[in-house]
Every structure is written in structure tokens, then in C-alpha cells.
Ligand binder design. Structure first.
Ligand code: C2O
Ligand code: CU
Ligand code: CU
Length: 479
């Protein structure tokens, strides 16, 4: 072995040698930990039980705490988890039934909880300065007067959202109702897939590196529901998968190795009008997509790999699906899933423009990310839509200073529809209710929303969490 090839500088991952970032700086001797692909079973985050219920409300309690978990075989990883688990427990809510979550911060840092996708009163929405200090608690109230959909809750602390999520503070929140296509695969055939990339030190600890917030924190291992390269055994029937990209800064383009299309049935805001077959599923940060995969077309013994076309090496494969049992299937994917009333341009009372760009600082960090040239100002709203008004928001990525990065733009409180992407129609799988839309370099997207639900202080921001932490966030007030 040549002397400059120090075997201690490499982590063995899935049979490939991957340079470990932290290790390359010689912080810790590596253990040569081997992560075998497609060995660990896919885990499903447990559903949290309410501590009590009454006629109108389910009450939950969550403690945010540090815990040691095993993510990589034989190594212990410190995480910050809701209930000490990674990802956090799933909350299942019923449409029209209130949920109150008492969050207690048992961490050493201050935290904020936001229900992403929720139509939530302003004081429970998790404004970044509304922090829960260590040792304190806050009760968040979620009315759930909204369509059935796949939401998620996650940290939103001022300037530290990226780190707090990276350490584990994220979980699913599903709103269900009595109508949402009863005929779709459900129960054990309805599977959440939370995708997050992480970088590990040789001793198993998480390495949070984000280069001054410029590109965002990226990892070299992709976890699904907290496990690297899991495998799932499936039967010869249809399944519903709920994808959530909960990564800080990584965009995925997912594909089945067999070439079969996913049948997309839902976006962030719930069911699409009709199922849409898509071969490649693009998911920017915070986006959700629900798809049906029908495994009845495969002989027993078939293995399918969920692949990622964005990136090279260890992150090209995400998980494996093994067809192991024959089963009959009475689920049906209806031709018409739901009715979505289109928000018409002529209903809009105004158009606002928001440019997502950068500003040099002539210091460190060298740039901050801005909206309309401004840093985040928690005390000053950038827009004040009137309650009930329909508005068009024109979201643009700044060509000159945007440095060629994609910004997933997210609005709190409202779901929106996409009117136009770069002057053309939205992509087929974007024709539903959205709360996050990707705006790539030089792109512009026109969205339309009705600002109702609640009055008060809300946020729009980029969901690259390091961009968000470095100012690509703006307050808007519904008045
Ligand atoms: Cu998913 Cu303001 O966040
Ligand atoms: Cu949100
Ligand atoms: Cu961004």
C-alpha cells in the first residue's frame, strides 16, 4: 500500500471506498465500518398514541431529547429526536378533529416546531423566533380543517433549523378523512418513505458540514426512515408509498430499476385529480409525492432497486423492494381521485414578485441568500395579503447572482396551485395542491393561492435549510 494511501482515511461503505469528510482531516481513527446494502429491513416510524382524547381533540406529548441509536451497523450515533427517535414518531390526525401537541425541550439548544403543510393559527405555526428554551414546553394547536394529506413536523429555530433537522428533529403527520379514496391500498400497504442523506464520522457520529451555508449540508449515505439501503419485502399487489424528501439540501430523481413507472396520486396538499404515471420522480427538499406501485406484474423472487439519478456512487441506490409473496389485491386506483377547484387567474386581486438570489457580504460567510435582495427580517413583513384574497406570486430565481442553485420555495399557511412554469404549463405531477415548489436556476414559476384559514404572521422561504438559515426567508402577514 503506498504510504500516501492511508487506509484509515477511508470508510468502507457498501463495498465501495468513500472518503469520509471528517476523517480526511484526521479527527478520529475510522473503524472500517461496513454498511452492507439491502440487509436492514425497512423500518416504519411508530404511530404516536395520544395521552388523552376528548370529544373534539387528541392530546399528544413529545419530548425532544438526545438519544443514542444504531444507524450504521455496530456503531452508536447521537441524535436529537422527537421522543428520542430518528425520524420522529408519526402523528395520525383526522380531518376536523383538533390535535394539541405539547412539546418539551430536553435538549441543550432552543427549538421551534413547525407543522409543514398545516393550516395552523399563527401562534402555533412555529415562527423562528418563537423558541422553546431548554427545559421549557409549549403546546401547539392544530385544527386539521384541511384536506387529507401527508404533512410533516420539524424544527424551525432561527438560524439553526438546518442543524436541528440534521440531528433528527423531523417526523410525519398524516391527516386522514373518511372519503380519501377508501379503495386505495391502506393499512400495511400504505408505506411512508422519509428520505434523508447524512454524513457520518468514523465513530458513527453525524457530521454537519454546510460550507458556510452556501450549498447546504449534504451527506454521502441516503437513509430511508432512518436506515441506510433498507430492503422491504412486498407481495404481488399494489402499495401506496408516501415519499417525503426530508433532506437538508439534496434533490432526488427517483426511478425503479425495472423501468416501471410510478403512478403518482398525490402532492403535498393531497390527492391529484387523476393518477399520473411518471417514470422519474423528482423530489426537491420538503416536497412530498404519493405513488402507487403495482408489484403484481413481477414474478416472485424479483428484486427492484429504487435508484437515484442525481449524484454518483453510494447515493445512486436508495433501497430495494423484494417481491416475496403472492397475495390477492382488492385495492383499486380510481380514474378520478378527487375534484380540485382550479384557482383562476382572474380571481387574483394582485400579483407580487419575489426574486431568490444572493448578496455578497465581503466577509464570512461570503454570501447570504436573499429574497428581493433582503435578508430575513422577523419584524417586517415583505407582503400583507388581505384575508380571503386570491393572489398570484411570481417566484423567480436570480440568473446573475443565483450561482446556479435550485430553491424549493415553501409557503406556510396556504396551499397553492401552479399557474405557469417558465411560461409553460406546470409539470403533470404538479397539477394539484402544493406547498413547496422547486425553482431551479433561471426558472420562474407563477403560483396562485387564497390567503385564508387564519390571520397573522407567517413565512415564505427556501427549503434548502442552509439557505433558509442564511436569510432566504421572508415574513408575510395575512391581515
Ligand atoms: Cu418545512 Cu417553514 O418549513
Ligand atoms: Cu411549512
Ligand atoms: Cu435556496
Amino acid at each position: 500500500m503506498p504510504s500516501n494511501f492511508n487506509r484509515r482515511e477511508f470508510l468502507v461503505l457498501g463495498g465501495a471506498f468513500v472518503a469520509g469528510h471528517a476523517i480526511a482531516r484526521g479527527q478520529h481513527p475510522p473503524q472500517g465500518s461496513r454498511v452492507a446494502r439491502f440487509q436492514l429491513p425497512l423500518r416504519i416510524p411508530p404511530v404516536l398514541r395520544p395521552v388523552r382524547t376528548d370529544d373534539t381533540t387528541d392530546y399528544y406529548e413529545i419530548s425532544q431529547r438526545e438519544a443514542e441509536v444504531e444507524i450504521l451497523h455496530g456503531l452508536r450515533t447521537d441524535v436529537w429526536g422527537y421522543e428520542g427517535i430518528f425520524p420522529g414518531p408519526t402523528i395520525k390526525a383526522r380531518r376536523g378533529r383538533k390535535v394539541v401537541v405539547k412539546q418539551t425541550n430536553r435538549l441543550a439548544v432552543s427549538t421551534v416546531v413547525h407543522l409543514h403543510g398545516g393550516v395552523t393559527p399563527s401562534d402555533s405555526d412555529g415562527f423562528p423566533t418563537d423558541m422553546i428554551m431548554p427545559g421549557e414546553s409549549k403546546a401547539y394547536v392544530y385544527p386539521n380543517n384541511q384536506r387529507a394529506a401527508t404533512l410533516w413536523y420539524h424544527d424551525h429555530a432561527m438560524h439553526h433549523t438546518g442543524r436541528n433537522l440534521y440531528m433528527g428533529l423531523a417526523g410525519l403527520y398524516l391527516i386522514e378523512d373518511d372519503h380519501e379514496a377508501n379503495s386505495l391500498p391502506h393499512g400495511e400497504y400504505d408505506i411512508p418513505l422519509i428520505i434523508q442523506d447524512r454524513r457520518f464520522d468514523a465513530d458513527g457520529s453525524l457530521v454537519y458540514e454546510h460550507g458556510n451555508g452556501y450549498r447546504g449540508a449534504k451527506g454521502n449515505i441516503v437513509l430511508v426512515n432512518g436506515s441506510p439501503w433498507p430492503r422491504m419485502e412486498v407481495a404481488t399487489r399494489k402499495y401506496r408509498f408516501r415519499f417525503l424528501n426530508a433532506s437538508n439540501a439534496k434533490i432526488y430523481r427517483l426511478l425503479l430499476s425495472s423501468g416501471q413507472s410510478f403512478v403518482q396520486i398525490a402532492t403535498e396538499g393531497g390527492l391529484l385529480p387523476k393518477p399520473v404515471p411518471i417514470r422519474i420522480l423528482s423530489l426537491a427538499m420538503a416536497e412530498r409525492a404519493e405513488v402507487i406501485i403495482d408489484f403484481s406484474v413481477y414474478p416472485l423472487g424479483t428484486s427492484l432497486v429504487l435508484q437515484n439519478l442525481n449524484g454518483k456512487g453510494a447515493i445512486e441506490e436508495i433501497m430495494r423492494l423484494d417481491v416475496v409473496r403472492r397475495e390477492s389485491d382488492d385495492s383499486v386506483v380510481p380514474e378520478r381521485l378527487t375534484v380540485i377547484e382550479p384557482l383562476l387567474e382572474k380571481a387574483a386581486v394582485r400579483t407580487r414578485e419575489f426574486v431568490f438570489g444572493t448578496k455578497p457580504t465581503f466577509g464570512l460567510p461570503p454570501v447570504v441568500w436573499t429574497i428581493n435582495g433582503k435578508r430575513f427580517e422577523p419584524d417586517r413583513p415583505i407582503a400583507e395579503p388581505r384575508y380571503g384574497d386570491v393572489e398570484i406570486w411570481h417566484l423567480k430565481s436570480d440568473k446573475e447572482l443565483g450561482l446556479g442553485m435550485l430553491h424549493p420555495v415553501h409557503l406556510h399557511l396556504v396551499n397553492f396551485q401552479i399557474l405557469e412554469r417558465n411560461g409553460g404549463p406546470p409539470l403533470p405531477h404538479e397539477r394539484g395542491w402544493k406547498d413547496t415548489v422547486s425553482v431551479d436556476k433561471s426558472e420562474n414559476v407563477r403560483i396562485i393561492a387564497r390567503f385564508d384559514g387564519f390571520k397573522g404572521r407567517y413565512l415564505m422561504h427556501c427549503h434548502n435549510l442552509e439557505h433558509e438559515d442564511h436569510h432566504m426567508m421572508a415574513r408575510f402577514d395575512v391581515i
